[in-house]
Design a protein around this ligand. Structure first.
Ligand code: FMN
Length: 209
């Protein structure tokens, strides 16, 4: 059950550098992010899988020296579009038409509506919107990692501008949003592993109308 896996997972603080996550597991974790729902189906983000130890060492330096960045075997970087352009919107709508083999009036009207609003907005507003979509994929990846029995640490604790530089993201029209080291916990060195998972009680969290 998903709930059991979500109780099992925790923001792992110490990973065992001798253990490597199998590629098929990594692929399914990325696939979960790819399958995430996004606003208008635009999927305005990409995932970069970083395994190169040198690159990960550089990233660790700009990520508060968090050890999981190099002690995990893979580092997923979630990077959102820096802006919504006509080209990007058309690409996605064309892909849908191509894959489905149909052209739909309602869909084309919807395309026009987006084309007449998104590209004219401030790039910063568009990036923030795209970043929110990246977070949905990020959450899916966290859940799928747990499902695979793979430990992960969701992270915002890094300097996005510096990470963009290390990975050359701005040139590709991308900006980093979150990172997710994948690996296996090293319980001996992890202060968090045996501590109770704490969440606000349900009655403080949910209300019913
Ligand atoms: C968007 C986001 C950013 C986070 N950034 C970091 C981080 O940089 N370093 C870290 O150790 N944990 C980070 N965390 C982990 C949270 O502190 C953790 O998920 C929260 O305390 C709940 O604990 P749990 O995940 O162990 O259940 C982040 C979590 C999220 C969702």
């Amino acid at each position: 059950m998903l709930i059991e896996k979500l109780n099992w997972r925790y923001a792992t603080k110490k990973m065992d550098p001798s253990k490597t996550v199998a590629e098929d597991k990594v692929e399914r974790i990325v696939e979960a992010a790819r399958l995430a729902p996004t606003s208008s189906g635009l999927q305005p983000f990409e995932v970069i899988v970083v395994t190169d130890p040198e690159v990960r060492a550089k990233i660790r330096e700009i990520a508060w020296n968090q050890a999981q960045v190099t002690e995990g075997s893979h580092l997923l970087v979630f990077a959102a579009w820096d802006n919504y352009t006509e080209e990007r919107i058309n690409h996605m709508f064309d892909l849908v038409n191509e894959e489905r083999g149909i052209k739909n009036e309602g869909w084309e009207a919807y395309r026009k509506m987006l084309l007449s609003s998104y590209p004219q907005r401030d790039a910063a507003v568009n990036f923030e919107h795209a970043a929110r979509q990246a977070y949905i994929g990020f959450g899916m990846a966290v859940a799928q990692a747990a499902f695979e029995g793979v430990d992960s640490t969701p992270m915002e604790g890094f300097d996005p501008a510096k990470l963009d530089e290390i990975l050359g993201l701005r040139e590709k029209g991308l900006r980093s949003v979150t990172i997710l080291p994948l690996g296996y916990r090293e319980p001996e060195g992890d202060w968090l592993v045996n501590l109770k998972k704490v969440r606000r009680p349900l009655e403080e969290f949910v209300s019913r109308v």
